[in-house]
Design a protein around this ligand. Structure first.
Ligand code: PGA
Length: 252
């Protein structure tokens, strides 16, 4: 993947309700992204729809992403999906540590393990970080730094360069309350400064950063041009084919 080309990932979360709707959504998304554009596009359907979505997008430029992965490769782990099973389905990206998973108890240690597993099996981990709320004293920067340092403890420079970091402030997810382009830019510079402290400047500059949190057709262009990140992780708007296509167009 060329680092200069933006990446837009649609996180479908626990949607849609039926296989037939998922199949239609994947097909319609694929139709909108038949030809190579100036952006990489991926969709992350629920695990049960990955195989079907994979069939629908195979003749398009859309890639397949998973919303999570187990820390285990096989064995007695009820309800989990392993990295090998994902890879078998043609999955190329895996979202790790989404705030909705962290809210369900996922720890920084699990995020570390899942990221290493993804890299070992040559999938691209999209590691989510983000603060619950912002305070005037700027304590949220310390929180973000902790999340990054936790990754820095286990990933070498070569490994972090292969990962994607998605900054998703929790207060902006699904709320319509988007971070401003200035907020995003400030966070891009902050994340790079932390990565520079942990690794070095070239490493920090080559990690792909995404923004996520209420990205819509109406704010995508400004967030992209002024926010300084290299793409988006899109939730709600990825379920609307035209909106998702408009967001992709805004970064292309
Ligand atoms: P949203 O979700 O675009 O609906 O805010 C983003 C995400 O959770 O990845």
């Amino acid at each position: 993947m060329k680092k200069t080309v933006p990446l837009v990932v649609g996180n479908w979360k626990l949607n849609p309700v039926t296989m037939s709707d998922a199949s239609d959504l994947a097909q319609a998304t694929a139709r909108k992204h038949r030809k190579t554009s100036d952006a990489y596009v991926a969709i992350a359907p629920p695990a049960t729809y990955l195989a079907e979505a994979g069939k629908k997008i195979c003749k398009s430029t859309v890639s397949l992403a998973a919303q999570d992965v187990s820390v285990n490769n096989m064995g007695a782990h009820t309800g989990e999906v392993s990295i090998m099973q994902l890879r078998d389905l043609g999955v190329e990206f895996v979202i790790i540590g989404h705030s909705e998973r962290r809210a369900a108890g996922e720890t920084n240690e699990e995020v570390q393990k899942k990221t290493l597993i993804a890299l070992k099996h040559r999938l691209v981990p999209i590691v989510c970080i983000g603060e619950r709320e912002r305070d005037d004293q700027g304590n949220f920067f310390t929180f973000i730094e902790k999340q990054l340092r936790s990754l820095g403890k286990v990933l070498t420079s070569a490994q972090i360069k292969k990962a994607v970091i998605a900054y998703e402030p929790i207060w902006a997810i699904g709320t319509g309350d988007t971070a401003t382009a200035d907020d995003v830019k400030e966070m891009q510079l902050f994340i790079e400064s932390v990565l520079t402290k942990i690794y070095d400047r070239p490493t920090a500059k080559s990690v792909r950063l995404l923004y996520g949190g209420s990205v819509k057709p109406g704010n995508a262009a400004i967030l992209h041009t002024e926010g300084g990140m290299k793409g988006f992780l899109v939730g709600g708007a990825s379920l609307k084919v035209d909106d998702f296509a408009a967001i992709v167009k805004a970064v292309s």
